[in-house]
Design a protein around this ligand. Sequence first.
Ligand code: FE2
Length: 120
Amino acid sequence: MDQTEFSFEINRLSGHPDEHEKTHVPCVCIHDSTAAHDSLALHVQVGAIPHPMEKGHHIQWVEFFTGDAFIGRVDFAPLICLPEAVLSVRFDRPGKYVLRCVASCNMHGLWEGTNEIVIE
Ligand SMILES: [Fe+2]
């Protein structure tokens, strides 16, 4: 992808992550793996190497999903915000879930990260 090309296609992690992937793919997990299913904190950081949050180049928002079901969204302002967020949630029951997070970079489009979690 060109440095200034915005696309509405969702980019995902490849087998050989380049610099764009390392700074854009959201890393999503549960904050405390021993937490009960009725009180969980989902944590996301955009980029294994945190994405810049400059005025002209920043993460605008992240959205959380389980599978295709929307859970929540966090918006960011450049300069003051870090490219990470915590969302407090509860699930109806314990089980295995696929967490999905989509992040929007104002210059480089949409990026998706997933993580399978087991909730007790
Ligand atoms: Fe970017």
